[in-house]
Design a protein around this ligand. Structure first.
Ligand code: FAD
Length: 386
């Protein structure tokens, strides 16, 4: 164990124990049929791991984000995939930080208990892509409701969630002073909207991620379900995005550790030319390099987590941590596949599955280029290119 994975040892041990009940065969079976890991998510829910960030007054454990990082890191490290449910941990942050007392009392205790699932976060649209201020989904006030029309794409877990945090426009972009004005956030109860203006279509992807496209056709949402002030929704989702980046960066660290542990074990055990392949520095050094890169990335991610927990600005740190951690996991995935030779390509080793899964972090929840441009502009004062 290194100094970067010795925090919260009891939580680490308990998560690893739970995950040992969900071995590679379990995930391979789901992958073959694009099936949601219901039993795994249920076990995490019952153990209370998905509600650790909810304050105690609402029934959660009230732990800092660092504890959430440890949980997701251990899930990934054990070969499981937290992507099925990680959003249950952090999507509630928008409600917690921007909801009214009434909204929090209504939803948070049931979310903490696990009887209400809030694990869908609807931002991306087909035409706007990363340029979030150009979203077109529009909500118009009508009496006690808002009527929503538009479309979202790649919204994950909607078929396995009761609620969704949805970003829409309430004022067209060209009528706003700043492009980031005029957007609002709603807590949508999808159980009430499905078939009444809300259509959900699954999207098949290279990984088993339960992602979907959504169509809103005069979907009515009570005005009481708006989170934060009308027109100020962008700010509401931004601090949630920092939490998301820090937690997903921890998944990358966990993936990197999975690949490094698998690669070094295989390098010791596989003998070719009469000696373990790990004796060859061409095999050994890349794995050692991945380990060093992962240790450095973990320090950055835990630094971002600490700033977040202290309520300090951490936008750049969250972004940088996510980028460096996703690169550590991707490099380790490549090394691990190479170390395993042909066997790395077979499904039974789980390397090819984890290789596909960890590639996602180069693109979502934010792509590497956008992080580089954030740092270029906000940390280094260079001009914006778009
Ligand atoms: C499996 C999966 C699950 C997802 N889940 C969710 C979810 O639950 N909720 C949600 O809201 N979204 C989700 N997403 C969407 C994800 O956040 C976006 O795919 C991602 O933010 C990139 O947006 P885009 O696909 O529109 O790419 P685009 O914005 O079209 O960009 C395409 C490429 O161009 C690059 N690029 C664009 N503009 C610039 C520029 N100015 N300078 C340099 N490079 C640029 C990008 O970095 C990217 O590499 C998911 C995506 C996937 C694949």
């Amino acid at each position: 164990m290194s100094s970067t994975n010795s925090n919260y040892p009891e939580i680490r041990e308990a998560v690893a124990k739970l995950c040992s009940n969900f071995p590679g065969e379990y995930w391979r079976g789901l992958d073959d049929t694009d099936t949601y890991p219901t039993e795994f998510v249920q076990a995490l829910t019952e153990a209370g791991f998905l509600s650790v960030l909810i304050p105690e007054e609402y029934g959660g454990a009230g732990l800092p984000i660092e504890a959430g990082c440890v949980i997701l890191e251990e899930i990934q490290r054990s070969g499981c995939n937290g992507g099925a449910c990680h959003a249950q941990m952090y999507t509630m942050g928008t409600l917690l930080r921007h909801g009214t007392d009434e909204q929090k009392k209504k939803y948070l205790p049931e979310i903490a208990e696990g009887s209400l699932r809030l694990q869908a976060f609807g931002v991306t649209e087909p035409t706007s892509g990363t340029d979030t201020t150009r979203i077109r989904t529009m909500a118009v006030r009508d009496g006690d409701d808002y009527v929503i029309n538009g479309q979202k794409v790649f919204i994950s877990r909607t078929e396995h969630s009761d609620l969704m945090v949805l970003l829409v426009r309430t004022t067209p972009r060209d009528e706003c002073k700043k492009p980031s004005d005029g957007m609002s956030v709603f807590l949508v109860d999808m159980r009430e909207c499905l078939g009444k203006g809300l259509t959900i279509n699954p999207i098949k992807t290279m990984i088993n991620h339960s992602t979907t496209e959504l169509f809103f056709d005069n979907m009515r949402v009570p005005a009481a379900n708006m989170l934060g002030a009308e027109g100020k929704g962008f700010k509401c989702i931004l601090d949630g995005m920092n939490a998301e980046r820090i937690l997903i960066a921890s998944e990358c660290i966990g993936d990197a550790r999975f690949f490094i542990e698998r690669a070094s074990a295989y390098a010791c055990e596989r003998e070719v030319f009469g000696r373990p392949i790990g004796k060859n520095q061409g095999i050994q050094f890349p794995i050692a390099r991945n380990y060093i890169e992962t240790e450095a990335a973990a320090l950055m991610v835990y630094n971002a987590a600490r700033l977040f927990d202290e309520g300090k600005p951490c936008g750049s740190e969250a972004n940088m941590g996510k980028m460096i951690a996703s690169e550590a996991s991707w490099h380790a995935a490549d090394t691990c596949l190479q170390t395993h030779g042909g066997f790395g390509y077979t499904q039974e080793y789980d390397i090819e599955r984890k290789f596909r899964e960890t590639r996602l972090y180069q693109t979502a929840p934010i792509s590497t280029n956008l992080i580089l441009s954030h740092v270029g502009i906000h940390e280094l004062g260079m001009p914006k290119s778009f």
